[in-house]
Ligand binder design. Structure first.
Ligand SMILES: *[C@@H]1O[C@H](CO)[C@@H](O)[C@H](O)[C@H]1NC(C)=O
Ligand SMILES: *[C@@H]1O[C@H](CO)[C@@H](O)[C@H](O)[C@H]1NC(C)=O
Ligand SMILES: *[C@@H]1O[C@H](CO)[C@@H](O)[C@H](O)[C@H]1NC(C)=O
Length: 483
């Protein structure tokens, strides 16, 4: 009897709980849905506010490199190759064998941090690519930072000069608005993109957010093989904007003594050859090679007006400037206040270095800084600089994040969620102002010192199609409205 009534009691209770849950949850969810709808329509309105000038297509030159991406489910690939987490997670600057791959993947997969590593073992890399070819659901696409940014800009209405070495069939799939500068190669470099969704499990690990782990074993890209042809065509192209990216292919590459410095020195001369009216943007990436980062800081960063990076790359660059060493892994879901403080500091330090260096010929102050994170987009622009439409550009960057990750130009609110809180603090300093997230005006912009800051929430895609290339699409989309 006791048992029976207990069961009955339990059943009634759980029935009640279900009803209550239904009662309470549905209006809340409705409210959430309508909040999402309002944020979406407001972001779309903000994006449209800065239409591109339709009479003349902006001209953008983008370097360097390119490859074919093979995109697979990372966990499926590892399982298929019989690779399971064994030893503790361990960070490696580059990968020499399967054990290091397993340790390195275990390091980045649980937090869901983007990373990219050079595989110094051709046998292992071929085995990985072969296994990926066999894996159901694999996809091939044109990849590499420069081609992705170039394609996005062509799609948004620009004429593009792209520096990269492609095979002739790859060149054919590029937009007609893209002119390729660089030699034709027989075998393009292949990048293996191991994607994983949030909540994926591998052995004892579960990923906290969707992201990807990339491996490559490039032959052409590290040498910036297209640079000479690009430099030559650049003379007559007269771009409105020069974009430099893809330099992480040089990371931990076994260059001969002095080779890397010579290449970057040549790049610096190409960057200084464009007139001061032409904007120069440098897109950061996953760098772990301190020597390379040091060279970038002294040779490339001082020649850019604009920098783009994600939440990992920002603390990494900042740490290099402040402490002379890098950070391999940072919080993949940082707060707005944390990121804004880091951005202010980076902006200040880079401009201080510019002034202290006596503003050498062709050196440029930093006038634009765009940081893309999962939850929000933030852009700092110097007041009175050449960059236009910062508010709309931030909205467009945010919309592009969803479009890219969900793999569709039309945003479906049922596949999106807001993870930004209802208000955010503008700094971690005590007593800092809080800014509410207003659904009908989701992009918040305000002035500080000599710059404007804009922050927009991202409608985070919940049905991930692809994360790789996200930063490039987002950065390119933001830039298009600012030139
Ligand atoms: C390279 O990878 C292959 C295949 O995984 C492995 O057998 C070999 O030991 C690796 N070489 C080195 C030097 O680690
Ligand atoms: C970087 O340097 C700082 C201070 O010099 C030190 O505290 C920190 O542990 C170093 N970080 C790494 C990853 O080596
Ligand atoms: C991102 O860029 C790639 C390459 O241009 C393109 O194929 C893809 O569709 C882009 N994503 C979105 C959402 O447009």
């Amino acid at each position: 009897m006791e048992l029976g009534s207990g069961v009955k009691y339990g059943t009634v209770l759980s029935f009640l709980i279900v009803i209550l849950a239904y009662w309470y949850r549905s209006p809340v969810e409705d409210a959430l849905d309508s909040r999402l709808d309002t944020v979406l329509s407001s972001l779309l309105r903000a994006e449209r506010k800065a239409g591109m000038n339709n009479f003349e297509r902006p001209r953008v030159a983008v370097g360097f490199g390119g490859c074919v991406d093979i995109i697979v489910d990372g966990v499926a690939l590892l399982n298929n190759m019989g690779l399971q987490p064994s030893s503790p997670p361990l960070h490696h600057d580059y990968i020499q064998n399967a054990e290091q791959l397993v340790e390195s993947f275990s390091y980045f997969f649980p937090p869901g941090a983007a990373s990219e590593r050079f595989v110094m073992n051709d046998t292992l890399f071929s085995q990985l690519v072969e296994a990926s070819r066999e894996l159901p659901g694999n996809r091939w696409s044109v990849g590499g930072n420069a081609p992705v940014m170039a394609s996005r800009m062509a799609m948004e209405g620009c004429d593009v000069l792209l520096g990269g070495s492609f095979s002739s069939d790859l060149t054919e799939v590029l937009s007609q608005h893209i002119t390729v500068a660089g030699n034709t190669v027989e075998e393009p470099d292949i990048h293996l993109i191991m994607e994983y969704p949030a909540g994926a499990t591998w052995g004892q690990y579960t990923s906290r957010r969707a992201n990807r782990y990339i491996v490559h074993s490039d032959d052409h890209n590290p040498y910036l093989a297209s640079m000479e042809d690009f430099a030559q065509k650049l003379q007559n192209f007269h771009p409105d904007l020069l974009v430099v990216g893809g330099l992480q292919m040089m990371d931990n590459f076994p260059f001969k003594e002095g080779e890397r410095e010579a290449l970057l020195g040549r790049l610096a001369r190409v960057m200084s050859s464009v007139p001061q009216e032409t904007g120069v943007h440098f897109e950061m990436a996953s760098f772990v090679d301190e020597g390379l980062m040091g060279d970038l800081l002294s040779l490339v960063v001082p020649l850019a007006d604009s920098l783009g990076m994600n939440e990992q790359e920002l603390p990494n660059l900042l740490s290099l400037i402040k402490r002379g060493n890098i950070t391999v892994l940072s919080d993949p879901n940082p707060r707005v206040a944390t990121v804004l403080d880091q951005m202010r500091e980076l902006y200040r330090l880079v401009n201080e270095r510019h002034r202290e260096s006596g503003s050498p010929q062709n050196g440029r102050p930093l006038t634009r800084l765009h940081v893309h994170t999962l939850a929000f987009q933030a852009i700092i622009v110097t007041r009175g600089s050449q960059w236009k439409n910062t508010m709309s550009a931030t909205a467009k960057a945010s919309l592009t994040a969803n479009r890219h990750v969900c793999g569709s130009p039309d945003i479906n609110p049922s596949k999106a969620k807001l993870i930004l809180d209802e208000s955010f603090s503008v700094s971690r300093r005590e007593g800092s102002q809080r800014i509410p997230l207003q659904e009908d005006r989701p992009v918040s912009c305000w002035d500080e010192d000599d710059y404007q800051i804009c922050v927009a929430p991202v409608l985070v895609c919940t049905e991930v199609f692809q994360t790789a290339g996200g930063g490039d699409n987002i950065s390119a989309a933001g830039l298009v409205l600012q030139i």
